[in-house]
Design a binder for this molecule. Sequence first.
Ligand code: CDP
Length: 251
Amino acid sequence: MPRFDGREWNEIRKISIELDIVPNAAGSAIFKFGETWALAIVDGPKPGKMSAGFEEGLLRVRYDMLPFSVPERKKPGQGRREIELSEIIQRALKPAIFLDELHGSIIDVYVQILNADAGTRTAGINAASLALALAGIPMKDLVIAVAVGKVGERIVIDLNKEEEDYDSEKLKNDPEKSKFIEYYGEGKATDIPVAILPSERKFTIIQLDGEIERENLKKALNLALEKSIEIREIMKKAILNKYESLKLPRI
Ligand code: CDP
């Protein structure tokens, strides 16, 4: 018996991509992992008043969720969580960008979550990666993000909200869902969102919420590496369909 939504342990939710949807922006993209939808918009590079004369360009990220994107309406505007996630996404993307070629310029990346079912930071990073490429920002490679983790005793990829909230003790009293304990096993969930530069097999961020054994962590991270190449192919194809001549490093 497979996962709550019918997927296998190593299966990513359906990916959908839309490119260049905002005419006035340098680059824009929507990236969807199933019901998790992220829109990213890139403004820049533009001359920075504060950073003129600086060697490096400046990458700024603003992440937010629309109030209706979650079941329990979110208060409009950034709170602590959104400010922290903006910082995480910035750190995930920065190693890919040749900021030293962007003397004193500013790149603003706006990430808006349109619909959320867990994994908004990973969908947001992928959307931002696509929007940066479309804006012509010099990059080593696309940054690819995905969550891996342990639900009960099982290693899985791209957790949805139901999996992130997994608790076998609570499910025992649920006549419809208790059968899933057979698949996942006992325990709660550990979510590990990561971002990867596939061409260098490098992680730009690894986050971990929960507990996991060393061996399982290795297995989960290897799964993320392997799948990042698959996700990159899908993203690359989407870009190439738009710009036949765009060159990305071979991996
Ligand atoms: O979205 P991501 O997994 O990157 O970050 P999180 O802070 O671990 O949030 C997990 C999920 O909780 C989100 O994707 C939403 O589905 C949900 N959430 C929510 O329902 N209401 C909020 N105010 C924040 C998050």
